[in-house]
Design a protein around this ligand. Structure first.
Ligand code: COA
Length: 295
């Protein structure tokens, strides 16, 4: 850290005002940090640290132990706009890695948008590898309509059933990683149950085999709620059927804005879908991983 009088320390409730100030200028005031910081500070599995300059908190980072303490999930890295480019994110990342090493964590993980240059540079500097790339799209206003007749029928499911079906359906979700809300967990029964706390699962089968799967839930925004979902499928028909299905799920709840995460090979199918021709944005997200010690 180049700035004078800067020090890294743990964050406490007395920093909330400074954290809100950091968040206020991020992503058009749509940053999720204000809605989760209270939980992080109470959570025994979270280590929330930050950079203080002249008695003011100007940067924050959270390390959360998940998957029985084997994975250190890194999230919420933020540096106040006026303090960027001074190496604070670099220093905090280094600090968090050292903390994770002390805690005996096996691997560190985080997600970021590939367009986030600073975040990608940090990954490279500290030896994080890209484990998986996914696509994310957002649409502000989609209305449900009857689904095409060639779409497979989709029904509700649960973590136990999906876990069983996945044993014999190897081509659905070859990565065996569950993405949700810019987070990721391994697709174990525990991982499925974790996702199931905030998401509903839906599946389609062909001759008893799982051919597509999605899970969605409401994400409360400051101004607008959206239906956030993830899709895994063996083909684009199954993929599009789940998009359609999730639009209907959103509509059922009076929500028209949707955020979808999916495997990158379905980007073309999404672009070709004429019912999605209005303005929407799309980006790539990567899961970055650093192995600290072998199992
Ligand atoms: C991303 C963020 C945390 C970086 O904080 P920072 O303190 O400015 O970062 P640092 O000064 O430590 O720089 C880290 C690296 O990124 C580079 N970098 C910083 N800002 C950059 C930018 N806007 N564009 C390209 N590279 C950038 C730096 O040059 C440095 O790379 P180097 O070591 O190869 O020189 C900060 O911009 C921020 O809070 N952004 C909004 C929230 C966000 O995107 N968080 C990450 C989500 S995963």
């Amino acid at each position: 850290m180049r700035a004078m009088c800067a020090r890294i320390r743990m964050v406490s409730n007395s920093d909330l005002k400074d954290i809100l100030e950091i968040s206020r200028q991020i992503w058009g005031n749509h940053d999720y940090l204000p809605s989760v910081i209270g939980d992080w500070l109470k959570d025994l599995n979270s280590y929330t640290c930050g950079v203080e300059v002249d008695k003011r908190l100007v940067a924050v980072y959270n390390l959360r132990l998940v998957e029985d303490g084997q994975t250190g999930w890194m999230e919420g890295l933020r540096v106040h706009r006026e303090y960027r480019g001074k190496g604070f994110a670099t220093a905090l990342t280094e600090h968090v890695i050292q903390k994770a090493e002390k805690l005996g964590v096996q691997r560190l993980r985080y997600t970021t948008a590939t367009a986030n240059e600073a975040s990608m540079k940090l990954a490279e500097r500290f030896g994080f590898a890209i484990t998986l790339e996914m696509s994310v799209f957002w649409h502000p206003n989609l209305k449900a309509s009857p689904s095409p007749s060639d779409f497979p029928s989709i029904r509700r499911s649960d973590p136990g059933e999906i876990h069983k079906l996945l044993q014999s359906s190897l081509s659905v979700m070859p990565s065996r990683i569950l993405f949700y809300d810019w987070k990721a967990v391994d697709c174990t029964l525990e991982g499925l149950k974790e996702v199931g706390k905030s998401r509903e699962f839906h599946i389609a089968l062909r001759e008893g085999e799982l051919t597509s799967l999605s899970y969605g839930g409401l994400r409360q925004g400051l101004e607008q709620s959206s239906w956030a979902f993830t899709i895994y499928a063996v083909d684009s028909t199954g993929f599009l059927a789940h998009i359609w299905h999730n639009i209907a799920e959103a509509s059922r709840r009076g929500v028209s804005s949707i955020t979808g995460t999916h495997e990158v090979n379905f980007e073309k199918a999404l672009q070709r879908a004429n019912w999605l021709s209005q303005e929407y944005w799309t980006m790539r997200m990567v899961l970055l991983e650093k192995i600290l010690r072998q199992t």
